[in-house]
Write a protein that binds this ligand. Structure first.
Ligand SMILES: [Zn+2]
Length: 169
């Protein structure tokens, strides 16, 4: 028979796991677990270790940084378009693709072209306001396609690197 409710059992679980529960509490939890599969499943799920939590936090921060650098690079790249941009962008776009893979994973395949196009339109608009010569829309679309190709190459390289690093673990 169950002496405690599921809620009480779940409140006591961390204490039991840490070995600081009183003998009575531990007994009550153990008895409850015998008769309650859902609490038992929860009890048997390991808590994430501190190292894993720290890694997840670090990874989130890294992704944010990658997103910021990626957006900056996209602005620079789209602003270079039309000038001597192609040379620089053939290096910059794969880098953007690799960062995009870190941030979006495979969704980068469509997020990056969309971002390139959106930022391209914004930079064109800004240059228009500054009275500079701007690309016409068909050229902008054409460049977006070319850049997306370069970015896709960077994405694939990043994906292969991730795969190789995971294998080493
Ligand atoms: Zn229960």
């Amino acid at each position: 028979m169950n002496d405690i409710t599921c809620d009480m059992c779940r409140d006591l679980m961390p204490l039991v796991k840490d070995g600081i529960a009183s003998a009575d509490s531990r007994l009550a939890v153990e008895r409850h677990l015998e008769g309650c599969p859902s609490c038992r499943a929860r009890f048997e799920t390991p808590l994430p270790a501190d190292g894993e939590k720290a890694f997840a936090a670090l990874w989130n921060r890294l992704r944010l940084l990658a997103a910021l650098v990626m957006m900056l690079c996209i602005f620079v790249g789209m602003d270079l378009t039309g000038g001597q941009g192609l040379f620089y962008n053939s290096l910059l776009m794969p880098f953007i693709g690799a960062l995009g893979f870190l941030v979006f994973r495979w969704k980068a395949a469509y997020n990056i072209p969309l971002l390139l196009l959106a930022v391209g339109l914004v930079t064109c608009g800004l240059n228009l306001l500054r009275g500079l010569e701007v690309l016409d829309i068909p050229s902008l679309l054409w460049w977006t396609v070319i850049y997306s190709g370069f970015a896709a190459a960077g994405m694939v390289i990043a994906a292969l690197l991730c795969f190789a690093l995971k294998k080493e673990d």
